[in-house]
Design a protein around this ligand. Structure first.
Ligand code: PDD
Length: 289
């Protein structure tokens, strides 16, 4: 739980300068704003410790390489800035957001060689615990994936994800689950997706269409520790209709069971045993258990 007064503002760090989040500023010419020319990470701190920081920073470095954002100095300074921002916030449990943009310059598609990256870190109180969703499950709806072909890059260019999520919400659902044109499962609009059938846990293999989720990898490891057979591979929309369980996984939501998919109950319409075991194992692992 947060250990400081609720009226103390959340913390930001922009290019090494710390401030209350409300006072943090970037240029209107920043390419993150103008073009979505930026990559990001979302991390969680539990009991003052950041979970899987190395995995997140590795993925950020990979995203930078994919978009040819050469920022070794900025990446090297990030761990110190993240720790200091968390310490300044005083929060034990927090959401940490990192964004690296190509920088600010007069708007033309091709960035000038002289441009310097913009680095943003924010630390916010955890306001949404998703306890109800984790305990009781949520509904989800399937859509054809309308995003670009490089979703392994954690880009801030999330318009398609936002619109898909809104469409799901319009149908009373929590998440949009995305399929390719052949009806193969890809991931959620803001989560990776697992399916359990016959006691086996399955999730789509990594590809340029799937984000290599840190929670996804954690759950694959925890499943093996729990004696739950787990596989990566193809999952069709038809197979999802027969699944005993469907699970959503992400840093902010942890593990959430899907109990209604495309308007039909998943399994018996209640959170299943694999979701329950993995959620428990995950919540213990993030607190060092
Ligand atoms: N999103 N796939 C997509 C499209 C995502 O946006 C996310 C997470 C994931 C799960 O990744 P991870 O387990 O590393 O959090 C998969 C974050 C939380 C967000 O955009 O807020």
């Amino acid at each position: 739980m947060p250990i400081r007064e609720p009226d103390v503002p959340d913390v930001a760090c922009v290019n090494g300068e710390f401030s209350p989040i409300e006072d943090a500023r970037v240029s209107v010419e920043d390419r993150g704003l103008q073009f979505g020319d930026a990559v990001y990470e979302v991390l969680r701190a539990y009991d003052g410790r950041i979970f899987a920081i190395l995995e997140h920073l590795d993925r950020l470095a990979r995203s930078c390489r994919h978009i040819r954002l050469d920022a070794p100095g900025v990446l090297a300074e990030l761990p110190g800035q993240i720790s200091e921002a968390l310490a300044r916030s005083g929060y034990a449990d927090a959401v940490i957001y990192i964004q690296l943009t190509r920088g600010a310059a007069r708007r033309t598609h091709l960035a000038p060689d002289s441009i310097r990256p913009t680095c943003i870190v924010t630390v916010r109180r955890v306001e949404q615990w998703y306890r109800d969703e984790q305990a009781n499950g949520v509904s989800a709806v399937g859509f054809e994936d309308t995003r670009w072909a490089r979703c392994e890059i954690k880009s801030t260019d999330l318009l398609a994800n936002v619109l898909l999520k809104q469409q799901a919400r319009d149908q009373g659902a929590f998440e949009a689950i995305l399929f390719d044109r052949q009806g193969e499962l890809i991931e959620g609009a803001s989560s990776n997706v697992f399916v359990a059938a016959g006691g086996v846990l399955r999730t789509p293999s990594l590809s340029p269409h799937v984000l290599a989720g840190v929670t996804r990898l954690t759950l694959l490891r925890l499943a093996s520790g729990q004696g739950i057979p787990a596989e990566e591979g193809r999952i069709t929309r038809d197979a999802m209709a027969d699944a005993a369980e469907i699970l959503l996984a992400s840093t902010t939501t942890e593990v959430i069971p899907v109990v209604m998919f495309d308007g039909r109950p998943v399994g018996d319409g209640h959170p299943g045993p694999i979701a329950r075991r993995l959620l428990e194992a995950y919540q213990s692992a993030v607190r060092g258990g």
